[in-house]
Design a protein around this ligand. Structure first.
Ligand SMILES: [Zn+2]
Length: 494
């Protein structure tokens, strides 16, 4: 029976039997079980370079005599082969197997919000380790927000001296009661506990980027513009339209105070920030935000209105579009590409801007149709701050009005709804966690894992090789590894 199953797997006819020796996540794309095993203490690994193997792909052959042959065209493929070998090894034995594997998508990401709550270096490093174990390769680092600025910028020390500390945060217990009115009459109750200063020094950033590089993970830093900017405006009031003095926000939600789009000093400030960011992050892509930018302040601002008139822009949306194009071009001059949240499509961005589709798949579908590359992370099923539907869950979640259990995450297909000739524009996808209701690293891990394991398989494994029943068996030992080996506070399986 076993032989018949193996032959069928090799032919790609059926998913692997749940009792099979192969328990790897994400599922490799072609697996042939050869039968038998060798002892892990007895293997000799031979690595070869083969330029014909796709980027990040590898072949791996394990035979009973302890010979392990790995071939790849580069370092990343070799690294992933070693991870597969590690996951194959169980109780000191390695099953004899032949694997031919390469990822479905080149962008396999996780989004990390360090702003609403500061997750910190320890959680971040553990997250990178766990990501590499899933062959995830993009760490999207959300570093600036209304509620906090988390990266040291040498030219503007107040960004962290003032912008990395806020005078309080919403009180969670009170916010659970709808309609409750807070001290300021808004429904937000400030706990009045100073939060911070929390930020990463440039030395921290260099250490993290180097650590990620070793794990074949590219770090994509995000500097939000023009919205989600209140922490920066609190540090330097002249960056806003009114010059008013604020503090970093003590509420969740979206502040209406955004970077002034009409002030040349604001543009220079952002260029200076991007200069330092590009020095710190060698990766090819920088995220420039672009989501949820209320235009109320711009409508009343003489400088913003003057820019709109002078350049003949299409109102405030046109002004945001001008900023997106400006910073996309600025980054291009530095050899980098810009990525922005899907709202940037409203401002008619250039074809180089990558679109990150979050409000649904529509942004990505539209982007691909107009020739822009896209990364898919629609709220459903990619937002890991949505309730996961496990029993007696101690965590709070953002209420999006639905639950997102593991199985729904496993159904993610970044290319769904994209015509075949446009699928080349879908770079991949990612899981996102926002930390309004994620109070610390332990809660972050609880929300992210193992749902991120499911998303990782969606990004690596070809659709025809995915199988929920089979995954639900493989996720059991993988979750144990996350807990024991990586010290990750992964939530239980249902
Ligand atoms: Zn303005």
């Amino acid at each position: 029976m076993k032989g018949a199953i193996c032959a069928a797997i090799a032919a790609g006819a059926i998913a692997m039997d749940a009792t099979a020796a192969i328990s790897v996540v994400p599922m490799p794309n072609k697996v042939t079980e050869l039968g038998g095993f060798c002892l892990a203490t007895n293997v000799t690994i031979e690595t070869l370079t083969d330029a014909s193997i796709p980027a990040e792909g590898y072949t791996l052959k394990v035979t009973e005599d302890g010979s392990v042959k790995i071939a790849s065209s580069g370092d990343a493929g070799r690294f992933y082969a070693m991870i597969t070998l590690e996951q194959l090894t169980k109780d000191g034995k390695v099953p004899c197997v032949e694997i031919e594997d390469a990822p479905r998508f080149k962008w396999r990401g996780l989004h990390f919000d360090d702003c609403r709550h500061f997750m910190g270096k320890e959680t971040l490093m553990k997250t990178l380790d766990a990501m590499a174990y899933h062959k995830l390769n993009v760490f999207h680092w959300h570093l600036t927000e209304d509620q906090g600025w988390r990266i040291e910028i040498k030219k503007y020390p107040l960004l962290t001296a003032k912008g990395a500390v806020r005078p309080g945060s919403p009180k969670p217990a009170v916010l659970k009661k709808p309609g409750e009115t807070g001290q300021d009459g808004t429904g937000w109750v400030n706990n009045n506990i100073e939060y911070g200063p929390f930020f990463y020094t440039q030395d921290d950033v260099r250490e993290i980027v180097a650590y990620a590089q070793n794990l074949h993970i590219t770090v994509v830093p995000e500097i939000e513009l023009p919205g989600h900017a209140l922490a920066a405006i609190s540090a330097y009031p002249e960056l806003g339209c009114t010059g008013e003095q604020f503090t970093p926000w003590t509420r969740w939600g979206v502040s209406e105070h955004i970077f002034c789009g009409g002030n040349d000093k604001v543009i220079s400030f952002l260029e200076d920030v991007i200069d330092e960011v590009c020095e710190l992050f060698p990766g090819p892509i920088v995220h420039i935000g672009g989501d949820e930018a209320p235009k109320k302040a711009w409508r009343k601002c003489p400088k913003c209105q003057a820019r709109i008139n002078e350049l003949g822009l299409d109102g405030e949306e046109g002004l945001q579009g001008w900023m997106t194009r400006h910073f996309t071009e600025y980054l291009a001059k530095k050899g980098r590409r810009a990525i922005g949240w899907d709202e940037v499509l409203d401002g008619n961005p250039g074809k180089d801007t990558i679109i990150m589709s979050w409000r649904g798949p529509e942004g990505g579908i539209k982007a691909a149709a107009r020739g822009n590359d896209a990364v898919m992370c629609p709220v459903n099923p990619c937002y890991l701050d949505i309730e996961q539907g496990i029993d007696e869950d101690p965590c709070e979640y953002i209420n999006y009005g639905f639950k997102l259990p593991l199985e729904l995450c496993y159904g993610f297909d970044p290319a769904a709804g994209i015509p075949e000739d446009q699928q080349k524009h879908i770079l991949g996808g990612q899981g996102n966690n926002w930390t309004e209701y994620t109070w610390n690293g332990s809660e972050f891990e609880w929300k992210v894992w193992p749902r991120m394991s499911a998303i990782a398989e969606c990004l690596w494994t070809e659709k025809k090789n995915k199988d929920w029943q089979n995954f639900s068996q493989r996720i059991v030992p993988l979750r144990k590894s996350l807990v024991k080996r990586f010290r990750i506070n992964a939530s239980p399986l249902r």
